[in-house]
Ligand binder design. Structure first.
Ligand SMILES: C[S@@+](CC[C@H](N)C(=O)[O-])C[C@H]1O[C@@H](n2cnc3c(N)ncnc32)[C@H](O)[C@@H]1O
Length: 389
């Protein structure tokens, strides 16, 4: 939700049930491939004034055969997905029965149809991709309970899981010690930092670039990229990874073409002056020591203090060289303890440092936390805007 709000504006967006958001935009105005936090993009076909599955089925049986008649020649691949099962009086078995009835009705109109079986109420990304449900002969019909109504929508795009896996696992230089930032999370960080949706001529800086995942994703979106890291080995890893991306995908420009630039340097983010000045910062900062088990309180305290000092100096350094309105999204550590999350202390003195923390209309700050069960060091997403002096 935060990602969508950041890119398209709070007023264009609202939650529909717990798993879907309604965006008041045409689907083709959305650059789906750059969204890290959205699994499917659907076009709303109609809103039915009921949540009764029998009535919904009747509507489908009436309307679908006519629509199927407009499809190109060939066998139609049909799939059904329900989000918010509890609110609709349907289960997987009944959903499957509806699919079969629908298949029969479409067949009766002279079309051949194959129904994709549901293992779960929702088809997953792999099922949608492998059965070509977003292609010219595919139909994934999606049902979302929204208050007293049911939204009927059709999937137009789905997350390209194979491309994400390749970007993550096939990079030549990886390093478990600096952590493995999932490309989807990197996209979210860039999207929370970027102002506006047009990447053209805009440069992102990652001052803690590590192996370069954020820069990789930003570059694929079309931003100019600028990275630095204290550790020369990391700067080199970023460079090798981005060269690889350029070679395999032909996306990244490692030299100045079409006004794009690409720059990687070895630098301490607490003191360095970056030039040319970037348009925004997107980074996963220094997370401190990784922990696989709960550390003793005094050890944790020391780590928090050290990491906090680096963040404070970094933010002071950035404030010194940026103007009001400059925006950053940083993923910073938060430590999962028995008593809840321990946040970075510096987050309580952002105003003094010259920043305002951006809050979102549709998401609470405390929910912008990315962590897996049993993980001790979580990542907290913080969006900051440089204040007026
Ligand atoms: C969590 S990692 C970032 C990983 C990165 N997102 C990636 O894609 O691999 C943090 C990085 O910050 C770097 N670092 C730590 N202190 C720094 C400092 N003072 N200035 C710049 N970089 C620093 C580390 O070398 C490390 O590569």
């Amino acid at each position: 939700m935060a990602e969508l709000e950041s890119l398209y504006g709070a007023d264009k967006l609202r939650l529909a049930g717990e798993q879907a958001a309604l965006l008041n935009l045409p689907a083709n105005a959305i650059d789906f491939a750059r969204l890290g936090g959205t699994i499917k993009l659907c076009n709303v076909l109609t809103v039915l004034p009921t949540t009764d599955w029998k009535e919904i089925t009747n509507h489908l049986l009436d309307a679908a055969p006519g629509h199927a008649g407009h499809l190109p020649e060939g066998k139609l691949q049909l799939g059904l997905s329900v989000y918010g099962l509890n609110g609709l009086n349907v289960n997987v078995k009944r959903l499957q029965a509806t699919g079969l009835e629908l298949k029969k009705a479409i067949r009766a109109s002279g079309r051949s149809v194959r129904l994709i079986p549901n293992k779960e109420p929702e088809l997953n990304s792999a099922q949608v991709v492998h059965n070509h449900l977003t292609g010219p002969l595919g139909w994934e019909l999606v049902f979302v309970r929204d208050g007293q109504s049911t939204i009927l929508a059709q999937t137009v795009a789905v997350q390209d899981i194979e491309a994400y896996a390749a970007r993550d696992q096939k990079r030549p230089m990886r390093d478990a010690r600096v952590g493995m930032l999932p490309p989807k999370l990197a996209q979210i960080i860039v999207n929370l930092a970027a102002t506006g949706t047009n990447p053209h001529g805009s440069a992102v800086l990652d001052p803690f670039c590590g192996t370069g995942v954020i820069l990789q994703e930003a570059s694929l979106m079309g931003f100019d990229i600028y990275g630095s890291d204290l550790n020369p080995r990391m700067a080199e890893y970023t460079e090798v990874n981005l060269k690889w991306l350029e070679n395999v995908a032909g996306h990244v420009k490692s030299h100045d073409t079409e006004g794009k630039y690409f720059r990687i340097e070895v630098a301490d983010a607490t003191v360095h002056t970056w030039g040319p000045a970037p348009n925004f910062i997107a980074a996963e900062t220094y997370l401190g020591r990784p922990f696989s088990v709960q550390p003793p309180p005094e050890v944790l305290q020391e780590v928090v203090r050290d990491v906090d000092t680096i963040h404070k100096r970094f933010l002071q350094n950035v404030a010194r060289q940026t103007h009001a309105g400059f925006r950053l999204c940083i993923a910073v550590p938060a430590w999962h303890t028995k008593n809840g999350f321990k946040h970075l202390p510096v987050l309580d003195s952002l105003e003094v440092l010259g920043y305002t923390r951006k809050s979102f209309v549709h998401v609470r700050d405390e929910d912008l936390l990315y962590h897996r069960p049993n993980q001790i060091v979580a990542r907290e997403l913080v969006v900051l805007v440089r204040k007026q002096e």
